[in-house]
Structure formats: structure tokens, C-alpha cells
Design a protein around this ligand. Structure first.
Ligand code: ZN
Length: 273
């Protein structure tokens, strides 16, 4: 939020400079006219201002999208909280949170034009919070043009039969404030980082047992032109939201999805949350 305010301050100062230049130009036009040199100087100043403003505007836009995404995830956390309370703390099946299809494993993401009928929909009720605004911009060109949802659920919670975790009830979770419930994945694959693009499940492999990995999204607040080096937003089982940087805070990402105390195959030091 502090960085957001700083960016707004820079924009305000830049606007003041633009206003000052405009006044000089208007005075000059009233009095005489411009020499070629004066016009060149004005063009150079405008080009310089554009070079300063465009990255600032990009940054402000990214930060605004991150704020909206975090707000969406907070709503997802609240929806899951009410769902869990209504269902004796049993998790929903991760592939049925938004839409129920047959066969069950063919769920995927919600598509534009589809009516959500999944287990969490009665608690979400708002189409606007299903899609991250940054994913909405980036999805084009990766086969996700028809996507109406971008958030995905931790597959180690609920009854998803891909690993023998057997965590069906939130009371079985070792440390709820450090276990991710919903987050995002990229619409593209990054070699040595993610093995599948986004769908409705957040399936991150155990790096101590698998030689393949999978990971969180990387596109929020990324450096210009480097969308694989940003951060991911996520809501934890206790309802709080965090934004974690790929290169620093997501290195030990499996710990964030594994709901038990000990990670199979991991040295003892890696088993501490
Ligand atoms: Zn997002």
C-alpha cells in the first residue's frame, strides 16, 4: 500500500510538471510563436516525461490488480469458512468447487457462458470474484480465452484421490495458518517450475519424492517484461491473504500446501512449518 501511495505521488508531481509546461506553451503562443529549438526542447521534455510515466502507470495498474485479486481471495476464504461450518468442517471436493461435470475428473475451470453449479458457488454467488484481473489480461494466447475462473484449490485438502493424504476434515490439518486453501497458477507452463497450466486444482508435487514439480503463479507485480519473476496471491485456511515472491518466498512452496506435520522424504529441518 505504501508503494501504491508513492506511485500516486509520482503521478501527481508529473501532472504538476505537465501543467507547468502547458502554461509556458500557452503564454508563448499568445505572445509570439516558437522557434524550432523551442519546439524540439518541448518534444524532448514530453518524451522524457512519457519514459518516466509509462513504467509508473504500469506499476500502478499491476498494484491495483493485485489489490483486487487479494480481495477476491479474501472472499473465497470467507465462502470456504461458511461452507466448512455448514458441513461439519469437511472440505469440498477440489474439482467440484465451481462446476460439476461428468466424468468427475474432467472438471477444469469454469468457462464463459456456463452456469456455476459447484459446491462453493452458493457461498460465492458473485461471478466478479471468480477471475483474477491480471489472469484475465494474460489468459489470451494460452488457450484460456474461454476461462471465467482462475482460482484453484489445494488438492491435498478434501477428497482428491491423487495422493494418499487423507485430510478430509479441517480438524486434521496440522497448522491451518500456514496451509494454503486457494491460490493461482499461470496460464502457461514454466520448465522446471510448473508441469501444468492453471485449472481448478493447485497440485504441487512433493520435491523429495518426485523429480517433477509444480508451482504457484508468478505474474503479480513482476518486473517489466519478466512475468515469471513476480509473486502469487493466496488465502490460507485461517482466512488470511498473503502475496509471496516466487524467487524468495516460494522456494519451499510444498510446505505451503502440505497439511500434515511431516513431509514424506524430507530431512527434519524441512518439516518445520
Ligand atoms: Zn491474481
Amino acid at each position: 500500500m505504501l508503494r501504491y501511495r508513492k506511485s500516486i505521488d509520482i503521478l501527481k508531481r508529473s501532472s504538476a510538471v505537465c501543467g507547468y509546461i502547458e502554461r509556458i506553451i500557452m503564454n508563448k503562443m499568445r505572445k509570439s510563436g516558437f522557434t524550432l529549438l523551442e519546439i524540439l526542447v518541448v518534444i524532448a521534455i514530453i518524451a522524457l516525461l512519457m519514459a518516466i510515466l509509462v513504467p509508473v502507470l504500469d506499476k500502478v495498474r499491476d498494484q491495483a490488480r493485485t489489490v483486487i485479486c487479494r480481495s477476491n481471495l479474501r472472499q473465497w476464504g470467507l465462502a470456504a469458512r461458511i461452507y466448512l461450518d455448514d458441513n461439519d468442517q469437511y472440505f469440498p471436493y477440489p474439482k467440484r468447487i465451481l462446476i460439476v461435470r461428468t466424468p468427475i475428473h474432467n472438471a477444469g475451470y469454469l468457462r464463459i457462458g456456463e452456469d456455476p453449479n459447484g459446491l462453493l458457488w452458493p457461498y460465492l454467488i458473485n461471478m466478479d470474484i471468480l477471475m483474477c484481473p491480471q489472469f484475465e489480461v494474460l489468459k489470451k494466447g494460452y488457450g484460456f480465452e474461454d476461462a471465467a475462473s482462475s482460482y484453484c484449490m489445494n488438492t491435498y485438502l478434501g477428497d482428491y484421490p491423487i495422493e494418499p493424504v487423507e485430510i478430509k476434515n479441517e480438524q486434521q490439518v496440522y497448522n491451518p495458518s500456514r496451509v494454503v486453501l486457494f491460490s493461482e497458477e499461470n496460464p502457461w507452463i514454466i520448465p522446471d517450475y510448473s508441469i501444468v497450466a492453471s485449472n481448478t486444482i493447485l497440485y504441487i508435487r512433493n520435491p523429495y519424492l518426485d523429480d517433477v514439480c509444480n508451482n504457484f503463479a508468478t505474474f503479480h507485480n513482476a518486473p517489466s517484461g519478466r512475468l515469471n519473476e513476480g509473486s502469487a496471491n493466496m488465502v490460507f485456511l485461517d482466512g488470511h491473504v498473503e502475496s509471496l515472491k516466487r524467487q524468495y518466498e516460494l522456494i519451499n512452496c510444498f510446505r505451503l500446501v502440505w497439511p500434515k506435520k511431516d513431509i514424506p522424504g524430507a530431512p527434519n529441518s524441512q518439516n518445520s512449518p
